[in-house]
Structure formats: structure tokens, C-alpha cells
Design a protein around this ligand. Structure first.
Ligand code: ADP
Ligand code: MG
Length: 394
């Protein structure tokens, strides 16, 4: 029997949770983050920092913040400062400030009772614990949209103001808010906004060449030498670029292409493996994209999916979509968002590649925005959205 051969050296390096040692094309942003927080290393108690990181799906927001978290904790510990970096995906906590705070408190006190406290009390308790342990926390609120959507300005206000009114006590809690779109910040009241808005890091979409560099790095960590030819990397980068410069897509595609190579006993990952991987990856990729949509974006998309399901149409108008959305809102007991907002949601949905849009030529009814759904099976879309919405419903 031939020994089981694989093109992989270490598949875990392609995992979404892996934090690489270096981030090609994000050095500048990483340095900027360090600068924003550098005072913490010198005068930890003097002030708390707030930073916003924003950018499209797969631009490296999460990994940038996590890399920074590891680095700054390391630096702080060398200096004898008790600093913790806590990364929270707000969506996983259904946008609930209480659940998020409870999670952070339990980082320090794993057996802390869950019942009997309000979010505000938990925040006071957290600050008290930090005082007792002379500890500082950098809290990264990933998928921040989810928190704002559920708790509005107030949650953010509490997080930023409560410690400011503690007279003469050290500042303990800094924030990194991670989001896809700055519009979320505009929804906050002006004083909360102004406390957040001063330090903004914007991550732009990767170019094809940048994706090639990122993929090359990952290939050398995850694959055996000479198993992934240049052409394969270039094709993968090309596809990830056309999917909105999404590095996550590129990495997942590589992993799947490697799996195809292994299944066929190939000793290199050929471009054909990538092509085969693409057709299988799109539905699963969409799942993670779907999950990161805001609640109303999901409601809107569900409306769209339902029209497509009912009729046999190839495309629908924005007006059709709006009407379907209104019906879905009624079902979920939500107040529908405005036309302008829906138009923005449509931009997001097409930005992530879930729907495609086209503006029809000016006819006698004026220009019309048409919506297509070309890559994703509608039954699957509807099912997935229903599951997600049910989970998020308060
Ligand atoms: P976002 O949070 O913006 O959607 P992620 O941070 O999850 O994007 O990045 C998507 C994937 O791409 C992750 O696996 C991440 O490790 C990887 N990645 C993104 N940017 C880089 C980079 N500059 N260098 C190395 N890997 C990266
Ligand atoms: Mg992310």
C-alpha cells in the first residue's frame, strides 16, 4: 500500500481562526493601531482609547485586530502591565450588551453568576474587577453593527461614558469597534459619535497582486514545497479579487483546491482543482456572508428570495423587492426601513456578490434598478436566512 500522501503540510494554517505572524499589505494599518494605543504602554491609567476599523468582507478587519491584540498584550506584559485583549463577535452574542459584558466578566471570573444583574451593573462590576486586579482591557467589538442594531446608541454610550464619570479612578476599558460600513456610526447620537470618531482605520479592498502575496504566504505555511504552482495562486487571487477582494474567499478556495488534489492523488494543486473548488465553495461561502448581514439586510434579502421563489422571473425591480420586504417586516413585527436605506442595503448585497443589480436604460418610466440572483439556489437562500433570522430574533 502506498503511504497516504497529501499536498498539505499543515491545514490549520488555512483555518479562519488562525492568526498569521505577519499580515502582508496591512503593516501600515497595524502600525497605526499600535500608535493609537502606544500611550497605554507608558501611562496605562491615563486615558482610554477608542478606534474604529472598517472595511468590506474579507479585507482583514478581524485578523488585523487580533494580530494587534496578540502584539500589544505581549508588549504590555514585558513591561509588567496587566493588559488583556478581548475579542468579541457581537453577532455571536446576538448584539446583546448584557451577554457581551457577561462574557468579558467571565474571562476574569469564570464562575460568575449569570443571573441577577443588568448590563449596567455588569459594567460596574467589570470596572471594579479591573480595579482590584489592576488590569486593563482592550475590548474589540467585532461585527459592531449587530450591537448598534439591537441596543442603539445607549449601549455604546454606556461603554464609553460610564468609566469617564468615575472620578479620579484609572481608565480601564478601551474599545476597538469593527464594522463594515461607517453608516452604522451615523446612526448613533452625536455625543456618542464624537467619542468614537476620532481614530478611524479604513481597510480598502485588496488588489489581485496583494491577494497573490497573501496567498503565497499562506501556501508556504500550509502546503508542502512545490505543490502549489504560480498559476494556481494567480487564478485563485483572480477569483478572490472578482469576489470583492475577499482574502477569506481566496484562502478557503486554496484549501478546497488542495482537497481536490488529495482526492485525486495529484502531487500538485492544479488550476483545474481551483476551478472545481469554486463551483463547490460558492454556496458555503455565501453562508458566512449571509450571517454577517444586518438584521434588516437579511429581512430585505428574504423578501427578494421569496419573490424569486414564487415567480419564474429572471429579474425583479427594486419596487417589487421593497414590497416584499414590507411584508416580511410585518411578519417579523419590525418597522420597515426607508427607501434610501433599502437602496444602500442593495448596494451591500451586490457588493458581497449575493445579488447582482443592473440599471435599465431610461424608458418612459425612467431608469429602473433590476435585481438578479444568479449564483445561489433560492431554496437554500431562503432556508438559510430563515434559520439566521430566527436565531437573531429578540
Ligand atoms: P474581515 O474580518 O474583514 O471579513 P478577516 O480578517 O476575517 O476579514 O480575513 C479573512 C481571511 O483572510 C482570514 O483568514 C485572514 O487571516 C486572511 N487575511 C486577511 N488579510 C490578510 C493579510 N493581510 N495577510 C494574511 N492573511 C490575511
Ligand atoms: Mg471579520
Amino acid at each position: 500500500m502506498p503511504q497516504y500522501l497529501s499536498v498539505f503540510k499543515d491545514e490549520t494554517k488555512l483555518d479562519i481562526t488562525y492568526i498569521p505572524g505577519r499580515l502582508p499589505h496591512r503593516d501600515r494599518e497595524l502600525r497605526l493601531l499600535m500608535e493609537f494605543f502606544s500611550f497605554i504602554l507608558q501611562f496605562p491609567a491615563k486615558m482610554a482609547q477608542r478606534v474604529i476599523i472598517f472595511g468590506d468582507v474579507g479585507t482583514g478587519k478581524t485578523v488585523l485586530s487580533q494580530r494587534f491584540g496578540v502584539d500589544i498584550t505581549h508588549e504590555a506584559n514585558k513591561l509588567g502591565i496587566n493588559l488583556r485583549y478581548v475579542h468579541v463577535n457581537c453577532r455571536e452574542y446576538r448584539g446583546s450588551l448584557f451577554l457581551i459584558l457577561y462574557h468579558i466578566v467571565s474571562v476574569f471570573h469564570p464562575t460568575f453568576p449569570r443571573r441577577g444583574y443588568s448590563a449596567e451593573e455588569l459594567l460596574r462590576i467589570l470596572l471594579q474587577i479591573l480595579d482590584e486586579e489592576n488590569a486593563y482591557v482592550i475590548l474589540a467589538l467585532d461585527e459592531f453593527e449587530s450591537l448598534v442594531e439591537r441596543e442603539s446608541s445607549e449601549a455604546v454610550y454606556k461603554l464609553t461614558r460610564l468609566q469617564e464619570i468615575r472620578q479620579d479612578k484609572p481608565q480601564r476599558l478601551s474599545l476597538i469597534c469593527i464594522l463594515r460600513d461607517l453608516k452604522t456610526i451615523e446612526k448613533l447620537d452625536s455625543s456618542t459619535r464624537s467619542t468614537l470618531q476620532s481614530n478611524i482605520i479604513s481597510l480598502v479592498k485588496y488588489s489581485k497582486q496583494q491577494l497573490i502575496d497573501i496567498l503565497n504566504d499562506r501556501v508556504s505555511l500550509a502546503f508542502k514545497p512545490l505543490t502549489v504552482p504560480e498559476d494556481t495562486i494567480s487564478l485563485t487571487a483572480e477569483i478572490a479579487f472578482s469576489e470583492g477582494g475577499n482574502a477569506r474567499f481566496g484562502i478557503e478556495l486554496l484549501w478546497r483546491a488542495g482537497k481536490y488534489a488529495d482526492a485525486e492523488d495529484l502531487d500538485v494543486v492544479t488550476p483545474e482543482c481551483v476551478r472545481r473548488a469554486v463551483s463547490s465553495i460558492i454556496p458555503t461561502m455565501r453562508k458566512s456572508d449571509l450571517a454577517s448581514l444586518s438584521f434588516h439586510e437579511k429581512l430585505f434579502l428574504l423578501g427578494i428570495a421569496r419573490i424569486f421563489k414564487e415567480g419564474q422571473k429572471a429579474y425583479i425591480s427594486l419596487t417589487d423587492a421593497e414590497q416584499a420586504y414590507a411584508v416580511v417586516c410585518e411578519e417579523f413585527n419590525m418597522k420597515p426601513h426607508s427607501h434610501t436605506q433599502l437602496w444602500k442595503y442593495l448596494q451591500t448585497l451586490s457588493g458581497v456578490g449575493i445579488v447582482e443589480t443592473e440599471v435599465s436604460a431610461a424608458g418612459n418610466r425612467g431608469r429602473l434598478t433590476l435585481i438578479y440572483l444568479s449564483r445561489i439556489p433560492i431554496h437554500e437562500l431562503e432556508k438559510e436566512l430563515s434559520v439566521l433570522l430566527e436565531k437573531e430574533e429578540v
